[in-house]
Design a protein around this ligand. Structure first.
Ligand code: DAT
Ligand code: MG
Length: 148
């Protein structure tokens, strides 16, 4: 089953949106298989966002993601990578549709509430970066028979 890495960013943790965000993915039918509240080190931030290291906003991005605790998660389900991105909305919350997480809770691109992997490769890379293998829990849910 496909897995993705989702992270409630420091702005949304401070605003008390962890539960709200978890609820959306739970209600959709996805399965949570790993989660932790943590502080992102500068080293981890730079490696997580390495594809953006030449961008002018990179220093600010690293500063923001290390500025307070984040809630890191791994979710599993059919097409979870693309579907989570749809549920998150576009990168810039000002352009994100209502009903999406960024559309409903965000106002500016630099504080856009949530991160989600954008491909199978980035999901694998990011899950490994944030979680040890024994921090992920494989378990079956009977309710999945009513989702799939
Ligand atoms: P996404 O988080 O939707 O995958 P991304 O990978 O292009 O977006 O960028 C990573 C993060 O960098 C994004 O969530 C917010 C920040 N960011 C992107 N574009 C930006 C910009 N033009 N100015 C400031 N921050 C930006
Ligand atoms: Mg991205």
């Amino acid at each position: 089953m496909e897995k993705t890495f989702l992270m409630v960013k420091p702005d949304a943790v401070q605003r008390g949106l962890i539960g709200e965000i978890i609820s959306r993915f739970e209600a959709k039918g996805f399965q949570l298989i790993g989660a932790k509240l943590m502080t992102v080190s500068e080293e981890l931030a730079e490696s997580h966002y390495e594809e953006h290291k030449e961008r002018p906003f990179f220093p600010e991005l690293v500063q923001f993601i290390t500025s307070g605790p984040v809630f890191a998660m791994v979710w599993q389900g059919e097409q979870v990578i693309a579907t989570a991105r749809l549920m998150m909305g576009t990168t810039n919350p000002q352009e994100a549709a209502s009903g999406t997480i960024r559309g409903d809770y965000g106002l500016i691109v630099r504080k856009n509430i949530i991160h989600g992997s954008d491909s199978v490769q980035s999901a694998e890379r990011e899950i490994k970066l944030f979680f040890k293998e024994d921090e992920l829990v494989e378990y079956s849910k009977l309710i999945n028979n009513w989702i799939y």
